[in-house]
Design a binder for this molecule. Structure first.
Ligand SMILES: [Fe+2]
Length: 262
C-alpha cells in the first residue's frame, strides 16, 4: 500500500519528534503492509514556511536509516501538506512548495478545522490553472463539511480530489468525523485514503482495521491504485463518483448503503 499523507519526518513539524519515533512509525507501517510513504510536513504560509531543501534532505536521511540501519522495506518520498491561504498558487509558481512525490502534479492542501475560508474555491481553481491538482486532506475533520456535505461536493465539482484519513474510521477524531468519512467514501467523493500519522501511538500509520467496514477492492483503489497514479504522474479517474444518475445503485452507493447499516 501507499500512504500519501504522513508526518514521519523527525523534528520538522508536530509529527515525529525524533529519528527513533520515525523508525518505530516505519515499523508499524510495514507491519500494516505499507511499502511506500510520502512525508508531508505542514507548510503554513507566513508562519511555518519549511524550506524545500530541508524536507528533501530529511527525507534522504530517513530513507538511509530505514534501509541500511533498520533494514525495513519502506521507501519514503518527499511532499508537503500545505495549509490553504490566498498566496498558495503564487508560492507554487515560485517553486517553494513540494507536491506529492515531488512530481509537480498533485498538491496536498489542508483546510482549517472549523471553516471553509472564502478564498478556497479561487485558490483551488488557480492551482488547477497552473496544472497542479489539489487533493483536499481529511475534509471529514472540517466542521462545516462534516455538517453539510454539499460544501465538499461543491469543491469536488470544481475538480478537487479528496483524501480521507484511515484513522477517522477508527473514531480517533470523534463521531462526527467518523460519520463524515463514511459519507464521503459512501458518496464516492474520495480518491485516496491515507494515515496522516503523527506518532507511533494513537496517531500511528495504521489502516488495516478499515477492512472491517470497507471492501478490500475499495481500499486497494484508495491506497494503492490511485496513489500509484500520483506517484507516476498519471491522471485519476473520478468517474466512479457516487452521484445518482440513472436510479441504479453503483458500487459506491452500495458501499454507502452498507456503511449506513453499521
Ligand atoms: Fe497531516
Amino acid at each position: 500500500m501507499i500512504d500519501i499523507h504522513s508526518h514521519i519526518l523527525p523534528g520538522i513539524d508536530d509529527g515525529s519528534p525524533d529519528m527513533e519515533t520515525s523508525i518505530r512509525m516505519a515499523e508499524i507501517a510495514a507491519s500494516e503492509g505499507i511499502e511506500i510513504m510520502v512525508a508531508t510536513p505542514h507548510f503554513i504560509s507566513k508562519d511555518k514556511e519549511i524550506e524545500r531543501e530541508r524536507v528533501l534532505k530529511k527525507t534522504e536521511e530517513l530513507n538511509e536509516y530505514i534501509k541500511s540501519r533498520v533494514g525495513l522495506d519502506i521507501a519514503v518520498y518527499p511532499g508537503e501538506e500545505v495549509f490553504i491561504s490566498p498566496d498558495v498558487p503564487d508560492l507554487f509558481s515560485q517553486g517553494k512548495l513540494i507536491t506529492l512525490f515531488d512530481g509537480g502534479k498533485y498538491l496536498l492542501v489542508e483546510l482549517p478545522m472549523m471553516s471553509i475560508p472564502p478564498y478556497t474555491k479561487d485558490v483551488l481553481h488557480a492551482l488547477m490553472l497552473k496544472g497542479v491538482k489539489p487533493i483536499i486532506a481529511h475534509p471529514e475533520r472540517n466542521r462545516e463539511i462534516a455538517r453539510d456535505m454539499a460544501k465538499l461536493r461543491e469543491l469536488v465539482s470544481l475538480g478537487a480530489l479528496v483524501q480521507v484519513n484511515s484513522l477517522s474510521f477508527y473514531g480517533v477524531f470523534g463521531r462526527e468525523a467518523k460519520h463524515a468519512a463514511q459519507r464521503i467514501v459512501g458518496e464516492g467523493m474520495a480518491q485516496f485514503m491515507a494515515t496522516d500519522c503523527h506518532t507511533a501511538r494513537a496517531r500511528s500509520p495504521r489502516y488495516l482495521k478499515t477492512e472491517q467496514i470497507l471492501p478490500r477492492s475499495l481500499i486497494n483503489l484508495l491506497m494503492r491504485e490511485n496513489p500509484e497514479k500520483v506517484m507516476t504522474g498519471r491522471d485519476i479517474d473520478v468517474s466512479g463518483g457516487g452521484y445518482r444518475k440513472n436510479g441504479k445503485m453503483n458500487f459506491f452507493q452500495k458501499v454507502a448503503f452498507f456503511l449506513g447499516q453499521l
